[in-house]
Design a protein around this ligand. Sequence first.
Ligand code: SF4
Length: 236
Amino acid sequence: MECRSGTRLLFSLMETDETLPLSYLSQYGYCPRRAGLLMLDRAWAESADTMMGAAEHERVHTQRKERRGNLIQFYEFPVFSVELGLSGFCDCVEATASGNGAKLPEISGKWALYPVEYKHGVMRTEREYELQLCGQAMCLEEKYKVEILEGSLFYIDSHRRQPVALDTKLREETRYTARMLAEMMQSGKVPDPTLSARCKKCSLKEICHPEWSRSAADYCKNLRKQLLEEETLCEN
Ligand code: SF4
């Protein structure tokens, strides 16, 4: 999940550029209400997970360029997309020389681009991380007029990379999620809570009160049942 300082930085981008924070693709993918609470109510609560994630991301979140042979790694690389209406940063963009690649500022030649998003914890599959990575790749494609077919999620604890194919389905989901974020921002309405297994690990559960959704739903169900029973009694 996004660290507090990252959130603040991206909000300032949002306010000046009228784009939404790219990292909220991941928040929306995790839970639309979570994205709404962060984006509209500017809620934040630390959990062991968010603190660990922020600490682990600290090294990555220093803007710099590192060269290793034919590979150049750009850390904390700023990106935006007019099509998606999003802006933010790629944790790392790897560039390798390629005849039909992108021209990059301050370095000569043409370069194939490969985004890498760092995530706290051990290797696992989380669709919301793939949405965020795909959003980053689409931003790079729009700006540098290149095609990016793959990126990677790097899991810090297991020190392993998981390649992600940036296929049509993932791109459509990314566009859809960006649209949902924009609509939510325009409406100013935070979605209602939906109690799910994800709530257990969500740092906002104390603010969100997802259990209320269950009790409200139960209340309506009981009320409906009661009314039906009364109607049946009257008819008899
Ligand atoms: S507690 Fe559950 S419903 Fe509430 S924001 Fe978190 S994941 Fe979403």
